[in-house]
Design a protein around this ligand. Structure first.
Ligand code: F6R
Length: 260
């Protein structure tokens, strides 16, 4: 796991976007796993700028959502598909039919998870999965206690996540209780995981994920089990790490030939 401590959220987003930009330059039909929430917004802004500057095209690429709320109308402003359109898809040449999400509107929600898994397989797997981390240590919406081998399925949000996400809704009671999320094994199948976290509210979950035990109690600790992970954090999110001096020294001495 490569832990990169940067000055601020702008630098974190720029670094994460650079990873996607490089991926697209080498593989135009990349499958990009897209997270939602505050953490990836600057990353998407930088990607739109790279597209505007003519450095990248998404014409052959696919975007796959990490998760989606269950129970919101298809045109609800907080639907994650809408979020991804608003922050990325509507500003680049990514085809709308190349944007995929768990089918939370299906009559049979139990089969929607396996169908999403089949789709990911059909696309050839995810090349880079962008991730945020919840204050309770979730990735995707795999809340504490999620099976380390879980696949896409319905999950119930914790009180902590409901409270965190209330800021996006008119009233806390309007936050959906249920989501459909890629599982921890699904996320682990992506070839490169890039987690962005900023601010002191993320210090404890980042420390648990990076330096704590591998445990379902901190679902983001599955990062430790993956062969290619980049954790991009600002000073606030890094403030709970015991080995931050080592991560800084390692990054400062990163060989010029070695990419993220
Ligand atoms: C979003 C997602 C969540 C968020 C996490 C952090 O698709 O899966 O895991 O990444 O809740 O959210 P923010 O970035 O808003 O702090």
């Amino acid at each position: 796991m490569e832990v990169v401590i940067v000055a601020d959220a702008e630098a974190a987003g720029t670094l994460a976007a650079g990873i996607v930009e490089r991926l697209l330059a080498g593989k135009s039909d990349s499958v990009i796993g897209v997270a939602t929430g505050s953490s990836p917004i600057i990353t998407y802004r930088r990607l739109v700028e790279a597209f505007d500057a003519g450095r990248i095209s998404f014409a052959d690429a696919h975007a796959v959502l990490l998760d989606e709320y269950v129970g919101l109308a298809a045109d609800h402003p907080q639907r994650y598909r809408r979020f991804v359109h608003e922050h990325l898809v509507d500003h680049v040449d990514l085809r709308a039919d190349h944007v995929h999400a768990p089918d939370v509107d299906a009559d049979d929600l139990a089969s929607a998870g396996p169908r999403y898994e089949a789709l990911l397989t059909q696309l050839g797997g995810v090349d880079v999965q962008l991730l945020g981390i919840g204050t309770d240590g979730h990735v995707g919406f795999n809340e504490p206690g999620s099976s380390l081998r879980s696949r896409t399925r319905i999950k119930t949000l914790t009180a902590a996540t409901l409270a965190d996400n209330a800021r996006f809704f008119d009233h806390p009671d309007l936050v959906p209780r249920h989501v459909m999320t890629q599982g921890l094994a699904t996320i682990g199948d992506a070839r490169h995981l890039v987690l962005v976290a900023c601010g002191t509210a993320k210090a404890a979950p980042v420390a648990a994920a990076v330096e704590g035990p591998l445990t379902a109690s901190c679902p983001a600790s599955i990062l430790q089990w993956h062969p290619h992970v980049t954790v991009v954090i600002d000073e606030g999110a890094a403030s709970g790490l015991v080995h931050s001096a080592y991560y800084r020294e390692t990054h400062a001495g990163k060989p010029s030939w070695q990419h993220y």
